[in-house]
Design a protein around this ligand. Sequence first.
Ligand code: S3P
Length: 199
Amino acid sequence: MPQPLVHSASRTDEAAVLDALGHRSLVLVGMMGAGKSSVGRKLAARLALPFVDADTEIETAAGMTIPEIFETRGEPEFRSGEARVIARLLDGGPQVLATGGGAYMNAGTRELIGRKGVSVWLKADFDILLRRIRRRTDRPLMRNADPEGTLKKLIEERYPVYAQADVTIESRDVSHEIMVNEVVRALLAHFSARESVTP
Ligand code: S3P
């Protein structure tokens, strides 16, 4: 009988993550294109937690799409709305919360995530991000003459800050299932190293 290609994390691992998480949120951070929403959705399903996408919540609260918010109100107003919405969402744990790429750059948001969540940085390299970002046109920061240069600059500015997240996972072109297994295992390792977790 052929062996399954994907070895999933065991049930016990998932129960241990949920136990250690308590009422906190698992907060996915990282660049646009890193897979925060797609991996986050699968991770939530695996842990039987609600999935919440901060960008979608911002759009609902504003009654506009993100490109429309950038266009009519400008980025600073988008950023303050983003911080407010995430602060509210962080009271809704346990859940998996995917944040927009710029959210973790806000010091107040980072501090709140540190208190009310456990942060997971999905770290993808430049080529993967560029390929994924090029497929879509709904990211205002990339609607300019030099998306490559913009992406490089954002990586330089943001990666040292994303590196403050509790857990870092390399986001690659592998199945979401493999990514979710890695996140679960990395969370377990994080909890057993820094917090109490029952194996
Ligand atoms: C942004 C990322 C987007 C969205 C907005 C700004 C950023 O979210 O919040 O376009 O500053 O990186 P995703 O990371 O989900 O694409």
